[in-house]
Design a protein around this ligand. Sequence first.
Ligand code: C5P
Length: 227
Amino acid sequence: ALRGVVALDGPSGTGKSTVARRLASALGAAYLDTGAMYRAITLAALRVRAAVSDAEAVAHAARSAELVMGTDPVHPTVTLAGEGVEHDIRGPAVTGSVSAVSAIPAVRELLVDEQRRLIRQAVKQSGGIVVEGRDIGTVVAPEAGLKVYLTASAHARAQRRTAQDAAAGRGTDLERTHADVRRRDDLDSGRAVSPLRMADDSVELDTTELDVAGALTQLHKLVEQRG
Ligand code: C5P
């Protein structure tokens, strides 16, 4: 079983969520999707009609949100005041606004605190946790025993997002998705607070040519090496 923290960072469409969940489940570890937390806060802000450009209003919505994250890798849950929002946080309205919301310092402070609390709790209860996001190795859990930075070409990432949208019954448009992937990359890498970047001590894993099983094989090797 895993001891401690595995940090999985990288942009969207690298297969991060799928491999993070499967890795956690294979290792008997907990799992935390920090992107889902930024998405849930974005949904909460949109529901109270806060303008995402209004940092004060969004921060207020975030503090009132009653966000509770479940850390079981087989059934990861995201609830706002008791309501399951796992589906709603993947819709286009949230995806279009989440980068703006996640750039607000007060929102990051609130969520990073909660992420650290969940990590401490999971390490106590299950011994280990796989945490995925953008700033896990750099900011949230710099003490992580293994840090992996997943990459893939923008084209491969747009194709994966499109396939996921199709599988979930959402409308698809490869060109639009490609543009959205690039737009979010720019926003996430360019923001002032905790920009997306690789930690100095992380291992880069390029998944452009790897399927899920191939990526998992590499990750299991890395976990063993660090064990
Ligand atoms: O991983 P996912 O695509 O669901 O993340 C949604 C958004 O949340 C990202 O585009 C990014 O703006 C933000 N995010 C972040 N820091 C994290 C995880 C996600 O800023 N640790």
